[in-house]
Every structure is written in C-alpha cells, then in structure tokens.
Design a protein around this ligand. Sequence first.
Ligand code: FAD
Ligand code: NAI
Length: 462
Amino acid sequence: MADYDVIIIGSGPGGYVCAIRCAQLGLKTACVEGRDTLGGTCLNVGCIPSKALLHASHSLHEAQHNFTKMGLMGKSPSVDWKQMLAYKDDVIGQNTKGIEFLFKKNKVDWIKGWASIPAAGQVKVGDEVHNAKNIVVASGSEPSSLPGITVDEKIVVTSTGALELPKIPKKMVVIGAGVIGLEMGSVYARLGSEVTVVEFLDHITPGMDAEVSKVFQRTLKKQGLNFIMGAAVQGVETLKTKAKVNYKLRKDDSEATIDADVVLVATGRKPFTDGLGLEALGVEIAPRGQIKTDAHWATNVAGIYAIGDAIDGPMLAHKAEDEGMAVAEVLAGKAGHVNYNVIPGVIYTAPEVATVGQTEEQLKEAGRAYKVGKFSFMGNGRAKAVFAGDGFVKLLADKDTDRILGAHIIGPGAGDLIHEVCVAMEFGASAQDLALTCHAHPTFSEAVREAALACGDGAIHA
Ligand code: FAD
Ligand code: NAI
C-alpha cells in the first residue's frame, strides 16, 4: 500500500495550495520542501518580501512628497535600513509560519529535505523512500543568468540578493526592464539610489499593452529612474566594491560602460528541476527547461504531474496556485480547470499597473474588430484626493458583441481594480454589464465603470 495518495515536491504557492486542497478533498497528502521554511520563492524571496520593501519605500515617498501638501508638517523620516530589512523579514516569517499552521490544520505532512523521484510512485528524501500513488512536481524556478556575468549576490545580485543588500547603494544598475527590475528599481530609487535600467528592447515590460507601457516608462522617468534602451549587456566586470556594466547599443553597435555599486540582474527566470531525476525517468522537458504537461497537468510518465513556474505559462504565484487547486481536483476525480485567458498580471510600483486578457496589439494582429473605452484617473475624485490622478483605465471590448476582451490599468489600486474585470470576463460579461453596475462613490473603481461607459454612450466625468 502507498504511504500517501499524493506527494507534492515544493511548497511554493503551487505546491502548498495543491497540498491543502488535496487534503481537503480527502487525499492522504505530504509536501516535500528543501528550504528551511515553507512558501517557496514567493513567500521567502519573491512576492512577499518585495511587496514589503515596496510598501516601506512608498511610505517614505509619500512622507517626502505629499505630507506637507496635506498640512502634515515636520521633518520627513530618515531611513533605518536595518529596521526596514527586519520589518521585511518579520513579514516573511509571519507568512511562512502561516503555511506551517495551515499544513497542521489540514493534516498535510511536511517532509523536510530535497526530493528526487527514483521511479514513478516513489519520492526519495535523504535516505528514506516514500511511496505515493501520485506525485506533483511544483519545484518552481530560479533566476536565469546571462553569459559574461557572474552573480556573487553581493555586488552583482539577483532579486534574492537585492532583497537583503547590506546597505542602500549609491548607484544601482538594473539589467532588464521587466517586472523584477522595475519593482526593485523603484524601491531603491525611492530610498535614494541613482538607478539606471539597461534594457535590450526599445520598450519596457515586454508583452504589455503598448500605450500603458509608454505611460508607465514616462512615469518611472519622472520618479527618477534612468533608462538606457535598446542596449545589449555584454558583460559585467566586478572590482573590489564596484562593478562596470558594458553594453552595446543595438541601433549603431556603439559600446559604453556604466559604473555601479550594485548590479541587479533581472533578465528573467527559468524552471528549477535540478536533482529530481526527471531525465532518467523519461519525463519530457521543453528546450527552455519547462516540464511538458497535458491539459490536466499530467506529464508523459503516468502518476507524475507538474504545475507552477516549472511548467509553461506566466511565472506568477496566482497561476501556480490555480494550477495547484485544479490538479488536486483532478487527482480527487473531479474536473479541475484553469482559464488561462483570464490570468491577471500586476506590477506593484506606484502607480500600480494591472492587466488581464488581450492587449490592443494582440487584437490588431488577430484582425479582431474591437472598441476601446478609456478613462483617466484625473476625472476620479478619490484619485485626485490622494495625489494619484496620473494614469488611466483602458477597457477593450468586441466591436459587435460588446464582450470584454481585456483591461489595462495604470493608476491607484490597479492591482485590486483589475479583479472586477476578471470576474466580468469569467462570466462572459459585456462592457455594458460593467457600466450598468452601481459603483460606490468615491472609489477608484468608478474609473473602471467610466471606462466601460466609454465603450458605449460615453463616460460622464471625461
Ligand atoms: P516556487 O515558489 O519557486 O516554489 C518552489 C519550491 O520548491 C521552493 O521552495 C523550492 O525550495 C522547492 N523545491 C524545488 N525542488 C525541490 C526538491 N527537489 N525537493 C524539495 N523541494 C524542492 N508572482 C506574483 O504573482 N506576484 C508577485 O508580486 C511576484 N513577485 C515576485 C518577486 C520576485 C522578486 C520574484 C523572484 C518572483 C515574484 N513572483 C511574483 C513570481 C512568484 O514568486 C512565482 O511565480 C511563484 O513563486 C511560483 O510558485 P511555484 O509554487 O511554482 O514555485
Ligand atoms: P521579465 O521577463 O519580466 O523581464 C526581463 C527583462 O529583461 C525583459 O524586458 C527583457 O527584454 C530584458 N532582457 C533580457 N536579456 C537582456 C539583456 N541581455 N540585456 C538587457 N535586457 C535584457 O523577467 P524578470 O523581471 O526577471 O521577472 C521574472 C519573473 O518573475 C517574471 O516572469 C514575472 O512574472 C515574475 N515576477 C512577477 C512579479 C509580479 O507579478 N508583480 C514581480 C516580480 C517577478
């Protein structure tokens, strides 16, 4: 008899959610984690610590720039970096312990150590082999490196090192204007670093609706971030306490060097499957390292499933969580489902940027007839009251049926606002459905309704 119905490898948002749901559905469940604490990249060195530092640095920015406008006088706060890191670590601890509590509550066994799969139905941790009817690989991802760059996590760092620098650098160079580069770049720019972002492409945040991406870059520039666009980084030379980043401009092949106290390499992440023994088992892996799965997250080897960052799709915690819940349902004999057309993406800068569904560029490329409803936060009373009138909501709907196809928001609370559009899209709603829904005043969400109105007879406050 198997020791477990399911063993999940990895306790990130994919793995721990899968484990809890499996247990709730009556399956005898264990989760193996190699780190000392549960929660994976997200809770330990990703989503949660980065949001703590974004919050702390944004609060400083508010104190420096907006307090006196509201009659809140006095010296603005100085930064105690050690205390800020301690606050961040405390937030991590509260969250990772929370998962430990949930495992106990749901009777999920936490097997501590690094797992390998000697054969289908077996998980080896240390010297012990545990038997399981099914195995779910939720082993996550790691930063991808660039040729010519050696990461030492001191001067040349990944996001992990950037979350615990010994001091705030005077000059930081960020390689890559993606999500990590812009979130962490914003943190250090607000804390006083001179931040320069070097990006290979001519625009930031590849894949984002182009109109939003342009406004986003302009906003970040206003906040003090410098951008060197269309620049291919050739290498990073590390000196004793500094580094030199060499890059080549793509437009004319000219080369240049920029100095930094810290270089953050944020050029993407890749699946982490080291040590699992997948190759020996014959599990199919895509050329870029993702474990190949079918529509039910099954690999080509019976009884082995995979989810989250280790498989194809956006590397997002909530995508991993949804796959975790869905594969648990599949294993319990139910119909697990993830709607990949409605997975929001949020960048937690100030203003936040949020997106769901198709971009205008994708609709054009598909030759789809669409209409655009746009509304600026300048017309939103609540946004003006909190100095957050920059930005807009852009809603895309089918020209004939009015069905919502996508939404792109840059502005206050965008990461929360996007979800009413997600729910609307899940229900196949039209822009008019949103426009006819009463929205409380004064809220930022009125801007979403106004964008929906703009898809029809027109916004009121535009
Ligand atoms: P992971 O969270 O990577 O967890 C995998 C776990 O498996 C790890 O703990 C690892 O130790 C363990 N493991 C691996 N192999 C083994 C083994 N053989 N044996 C035992 N254990 C093993 N996403 C968002 O949606 N929102 C955000 O705001 C956000 N911010 C981020 C900020 C940063 C700086 C970074 C780096 C990422 C961020 N992400 C964010 C992405 C998010 O962290 C990932 O998409 C998410 O963690 C993926 O979850 P996962 O469960 O697939 O894997
Ligand atoms: P990314 O894929 O978002 O961005 C990488 C950027 O680096 C791209 O703009 C790319 O063009 C650029 N680049 C690549 N090679 C380069 C080179 N040689 N020189 C200059 N620029 C180069 O990757 P990032 O920011 O590392 O994030 C990794 C993952 O983590 C993402 O998939 C993201 O989904 C996830 N994440 C999500 C967050 C969120 O949801 N808020 C926050 C942080 C990370």
